[in-house]
Design a protein around this ligand. Structure first.
Ligand code: 2AL
Length: 188
């Protein structure tokens, strides 16, 4: 998909396509549509991120709360968004055994009790072993610092989702390279 196509989208199409760039926050895409035209991916994502940055604290916490737990109940129940399922499965979180799931559930609960929002991590940039390690490490952080880190992870997830959407065009039709000459037959 190129930027010309993005800039030509009407409101409904834009929200359909970009509504989950920030997990379960189609309102952000709805607001970003008004800022078109966009020059490129970087420009488009700048508008998504600027919206998050200008929210009051309650809004930023709300954005974090729209994220499903990693390896949590929504994954078990098949209730994740398509993007989230792909990210969590890609990190190996769909294949955890009961013990690992239990360990993550306990860490996720401790994190939520301490900060009041769920632990958020760009799963595509991690593997399953890194998730409990990062959870333990970030549990020690002061709340204001942790809020900034968590919003940074939301932006990493959004960046990867936007890049997927904008690079999802079928490859341009380029002429096939010339076939190498056929090997000469023995004895010719
Ligand atoms: C997620 C998610 O659903 N995908 C991802 O990369 N991270 N959730 C989370 N709590 O971090």
């Amino acid at each position: 998909m190129d930027m010309e196509k993005v800039n030509a989208m009407d409101f409904g199409e834009f929200v359909d396509v970009f509504g989950n760039v920030i997990e379960r926050c189609p309102l952000i895409a709805a607001a970003v549509w008004s800022q078109r035209p966009f020059s490129d991916l970087e420009d488009l994502e700048k508008h998504f991120f600027a919206f998050i940055d200008t929210l009051p604290l309650s809004g930023q916490e709300g954005v974090l709360r729209c994220h499903p737990d990693l390896a949590g109940g929504e994954l078990q129940r098949g209730a994740l968004s398509a993007e989230s399922l792909r990210e969590q499965s890609g990190a190996g979180l769909a294949g955890l055994g009961a013990a690992e799931r239990g360990q993550l559930a306990e860490l996720n609960a401790r994190y939520r009790a301490r900060f009041g929002f769920p632990f958020v991590l760009a799963a595509r940039l991690c593997d399953r072993a890194a998730v409990p390690r990062e959870l333990e490490r970030r549990l020690q952080r002061p709340p204001a610092q942790e809020l900034r880190t968590a919003l940074g992870e939301v932006k990493k997830i959004g960046h990867l989702r936007l890049a997927d959407l904008l690079q999802s065009a079928p490859p341009r039709c380029t002429p096939a390279p010339a076939a190498p000459p056929a090997p000469r037959e023995e004895g010719n």
